[in-house]
Design a protein around this ligand. Sequence first.
Ligand SMILES: Cc1ncc(COP(=O)(O)O)c(C=O)c1O
Length: 344
Amino acid sequence: MADAAVLVDFRSDTLTRPSPAMREAMAAAEVGDDVFDEDPTLHELQAHVAALFGHEAALFTPSGTMANQIALQLAVPRGEELLCDAAAHVVSDEIGAAAALGGISTRTWPTAGADLDPAVVLDMIRPDGFVAVPTRAIAVEQTHNRQGGAVIPLATLRSLREAATEAGVHLHCDGARIWHAHVADGVPLDTYGRLFDSLSVCLSKGLGAPVGSLVVGSAERIAAARKLRKRLGGGMRQAGILAAAGLYALRNNIARLAEDHARAHRLAEALAPAGVVDPARIRTNIVPLDLSGAAVDGPAFAAAAREQGILVSVLGRRLVRLVTHLDQTDDGIDHAAKVLPTLL
Ligand SMILES: Cc1ncc(COP(=O)(O)O)c(C=O)c1O
């Protein structure tokens, strides 16, 4: 049987396409050669993002993976250690880059998402010694992708900052969706920014830009990041066209994330009677469905949804994920809220 027409696509918030207004901004962008550091639109974007997070500087990268890996490689010398959540993107979803490219040894704490206990992290920090691998950096993910867009509370992050400072360890934030945390908890972006030695933030997850992330930090760190980006093949030329999309996204698409959060919550409410999700845990735009007690498994559920024009991601045999984003419509959400519960 032929696939039904796609009515709503929940597979990822990276699927959004630039809007006509964003494309106009891109077409009108002033550009220069960024490897020569001469692209005025990129300068504007980098200064804007640095200021948003209360840091001195920022550097545009082609992907969130590159932004994370540049920040981590600058913080952790080869053979030394990074601590992070077992389900963190930096360790689970970047094709082993920290080890393969940076020679970084990673140790993880059991997946905690928003329930992260700073005392657990503090206990894991290893000092320099004869044989021990010294801990040089801690990475947290805000929001936490594999923990259903969980928002780590500000108080937890503050305790972690204190622990990192006391131990002399670098604190990095994978802030691919930090905008979502900002909208969900009302914490100013610069309050988050000042807690971290480095951040990576993304323009193409939920904000609607086609490409791009930034590494944020001190002027000295970002100068080193620029060199490392070139070594990794991430030096770009007239990237102002992409920066214009990013500036448009930052100016127009942050506040509206509240709509994606409300839609995700609505989907969770519709699916809660089937016992696959607790709506109280859905704070942002990601809705994980735990099918362990359901009659269908992930692949069967996804196939049945596809027949109804609804695309979802299968993350495991019994785990499915729905992500809301700006290219969905109220009609699509209504359709999914009505149909998905009948497939369980
Ligand atoms: C939390 C998080 N960090 C980093 C990334 C990496 O971004 P990219 O796909 O642009 O490399 C992603 C991608 O989905 C992500 O969800």
